[in-house]
Design a protein around this ligand. Structure first.
Ligand SMILES: [Zn+2]
Length: 398
């Protein structure tokens, strides 16, 4: 990869990159088959690596995905507009362009693009797990991971086996009850969600989950903006017929703490987990952000936290808009077709593994501020785009 190629791509794209679909296999859970990937292509790496269950967007981070994962798994690639076979890592683009791509503020504060988003596509529910808070992540040289969910209609023609998400623990539960379940981790099914509380997933809405809050995501396809990190502690050992070894509970604990039950319990932010008003504080119904009747509407779908934000932009048939944002962002077209800046843009229908698409973009800060011109070329269907950001001053508080 030469630096010239990065500059050429930014120039040709007039401040916007076209990204290559970035599919991720997982060995746990069952695939939901809602990623618009060709049904024959869900095992591109063979059965032992598991089916494709996620698609990652604008990612500069690797997946922690076992010893046989290829070196660049999880990292997004940019394709040159004039020759899509010429590609480079989005991560390299951030390194080469720095503030020119992501803006001075973000570059000075983080030195990189600090978030990404994914489509999370499981037919089965995921284990009840926590992402470490910063003071625990520091002990193993990692970062905390706050995350958010949004459930788009366009990718959810069926709900999977369990469209219900558990959060935290019921306010009546005490720490000794949790301790007892964790001590059973290697003995028997600890059924820890018996102590939790769950909400049925409502399409077109979302949630915010701070680090330190336990959660067991349900089986709808989820658009998930999150911080650049992958540090779990899995507190549920049997889920949807899968069994999880003790290491899933303690893999991000320091060596000398792996059998220290009080340390493991301290990973749980007790106050937030047992908040009796959990829904009031963390449910995220969409909030109107901008619009013009009959032309377009933009809604905040992730907001009310200091890390991550996302919007859903809908453009009515036949309309053209110039949309401005305060900062750089990644985005994915989930419905319709038309133009996005200089690019022909279209929601993918059936993607062959390895094939290029024109549904994913990254917009530089300068371009975001001056405005991206987007046209919907359909006569009847809206064009819908999900956009993910680092939280900034424009984002509603909650
Ligand atoms: Zn999680």
């Amino acid at each position: 990869m030469s630096n010239e190629l990065v500059y050429q791509a930014l120039e040709e794209g007039e401040g916007i990159f076209n990204l290559v679909p970035n599919f991720v296999p997982r060995r746990f859970g069952e695939a939901g088959f809602r990623l618009r990937l060709h049904p024959d292509d869900y095992y591109p790496f063979g059965l032992k690596r598991g089916a494709i269950k996620e698609r990652w967007f604008s990612s500069v981070v690797n997946v922690i995905n076992g010893d046989d994962a290829p070196e660049n798994e999880g990292l997004s690639y940019v394709a040159l507009h004039s020759d899509t076979n010429k590609r480079f890592l989005f991560k390299e683009a951030v390194e080469v362009l720095g503030a020119k791509l992501i803006g001075k503020e973000l570059f000075q504060e983080y030195g990189t693009w600090p978030m990404f988003a994914k489509f999370f596509d499981y037919k089965t529910p995921l284990f009840h797990h926590i992402h470490l808070m910063q003071h625990h992540a520091d002990l193993v040289g990692k970062m905390a991971k706050p995350e958010a969910y949004y459930f788009p209609y366009q990718l959810n023609n069926y709900p999977g086996e369990f469209p219900v998400t558990y959060f935290g623990f019921d306010a009546s539960v005490n720490l000794d009850e949790i301790k007892e379940r964790l001590l059973q981790f290697e003995e028997t099914d600890n059924r820890i969600t018996e102590l939790s509380r769950a909400f049925r997933i409502q399409l077109g809405t979302g949630w915010y989950v701070p680090a330190g809050v336990v959660h067991a995501p349900g089986s709808y396809l989820t658009y998930e903006p999150q911080w650049n990190s992958d540090v779990n502690a899995v507190v549920e050992n049997v889920v949807a017929a899968d069994h999880y070894p003790y290491d899933f509970l303690v893999e991000n604990c320091p060596e000398d703490k792996k059998h220290d039950i009080d340390f493991i319990l301290s990973l749980i932010d007790w106050e937030k987990n047992t908040d009796p008003e959990f829904r009031k504080h963390y449910f995220r119904p969409p909030l109107h952000s901008a619009g013009q009747n009959g032309v377009f509407e933009e809604k905040w779908i992730t907001y009310g936290n200091e890390y991550i934000a996302a919007k859903e932009l809908t453009i009515e048939p036949g309309k053209t808009v110039s949309v401005k944002d305060h900062s750089a962002y990644g985005c994915i077209v989930i419905q319709g077709h038309g133009k996005f800046g200089i690019y022909d843009a279209e929601a993918a229908q059936v993607i062959r593994f390895g094939q290029m698409t024109s549904d994913e973009f990254f917009v530089s800060e300068e371009k975001a501020k001056s405005g991206v011109v987007i046209s919907n070329h359909s006569k009847y269907e809206p064009m819908v785009i999900l956009k993910h950001f680092v939280s900034n001053q424009d984002v509603p508080k909650a």
